[in-house]
Design a protein around this ligand. Structure first.
Ligand code: NAP
Length: 253
């Protein structure tokens, strides 16, 4: 039955930055589809833990600052110690810094590139090594952005990092497809999370954004959960290196 290919029963999924926002909705979506979750967070994921307990889902709470890559191997080891295997990685943790390009600082460049692109790459690399060792393939899903496709305004390092992530999605897919590893991305549009609260509070920007979205609403975190479950499932076994927009039609316009 086709719907069986969407089930994730007993799979182990790592989701970075799942204490809030899109990461939380993705972790809950994957758990509801049958996954055991490994959450890698900088802040305590109290609300997510509460929701996982309420749903009767298994959740391993690991903490790390993903600005640095040095502790990634230890995190993956802890995940394997707990569950014995890994099947899915969602590189969701991300940051944004806003400033005119003319005044942009090296710190704001490095921090954003480190979390959004460098950590996502090295996290993928170590998880792909584990997938190859396990011998059954695996799924890597990167959370990209509209600014993987467009230039944006006042967010040069964010645009660079998310454009890099879409390119890396293709590069990793090309090398790892032979191991039955699917690397794909989701590019969310304008979503209601902490990341966009400043934009939503700015009445003028909010109105301009809404006027350009064909669906005429901001996306909700849960809007990315279904596409993520799909990309994590056997139903997406022949998808490699693609970035799916979940944007209320923003890019179609
Ligand atoms: P959010 O609410 O700000 O959440 C970001 C997550 O990343 C949080 O869990 C945050 O942890 C974590 N994170 C940031 N820096 C970290 C670090 N150094 N170490 C560990 N974790 C770190 O943002 P969101 O809107 O849900 O965004 C999730 C992803 O979607 C990001 O990659 C973002 O770029 C992307 N995205 C969002 C939108 C949107 O409209 N919201 C659109 C396109 C793409 P803390 O809570 O500890 O900071």
């Amino acid at each position: 039955m086709i719907l069986d290919s969407f089930k994730l029963t007993g799979k182990v999924a790592i989701v970075t930055g799942c204490n809030t926002g899109l990461g939380q909705a993705i972790a809950i979506g994957l758990a509801e589809a049958g996954c055991h979750i490994v959450g890698i967070n900088r802040s305590a994921p109290s609300e997510t833990i509460h929701k996982m307990e309420k749903g009767g889902h298994r959740f391993l709470d690991l903490r790390a600052d993903l600005l640095k890559q040095a502790h990634i191997p230890a995190l993956i080891e802890q995940a394997i110690e707990e569950y014995g295997h890994i099947d899915i990685l969602v590189n969701n943790a991300g940051i944004i810094r806003r400033q005119d390009a003319i005044d942009f600082t090296e710190q704001d460049w490095d921090d954003v590139m480190d979390v959004n692109a460098k950590t996502a790459f090295f996290m993928s690399q170590i998880v792909a090594k584990q997938f190859i060792q396990q011998g059954n393939g695996g799924k890597i899903i990167n959370i990209a952005s509209m600014l993987s496709f467009q230039g944006g305004i006042r967010v040069p390092s964010y645009t660079a990092s998310k454009s890099a992530l879409m390119g890396l999605t293709r590069a990793m897919a090309n090398e790892w497809a032979v191991h039955n590893i699917n690397v794909n991305s989701i590019a969310p549009g304008y979503m209601e999370t902490n990341n966009t609260s400043a934009l939503r509070e700015d009445a003028e920007r909010n109105e301009a954004i809404l006027a350009r979205i064909p669906a005429q609403r901001w996306g909700k975190p849960v809007d990315v959960a279904g596409p993520c479950v799909f990309l994590a499932s056997e139903a997406a076994n022949y998808m490699h290196g693609y970035t799916i927009a979940v944007d209320g039609g923003w890019l179609a316009r």
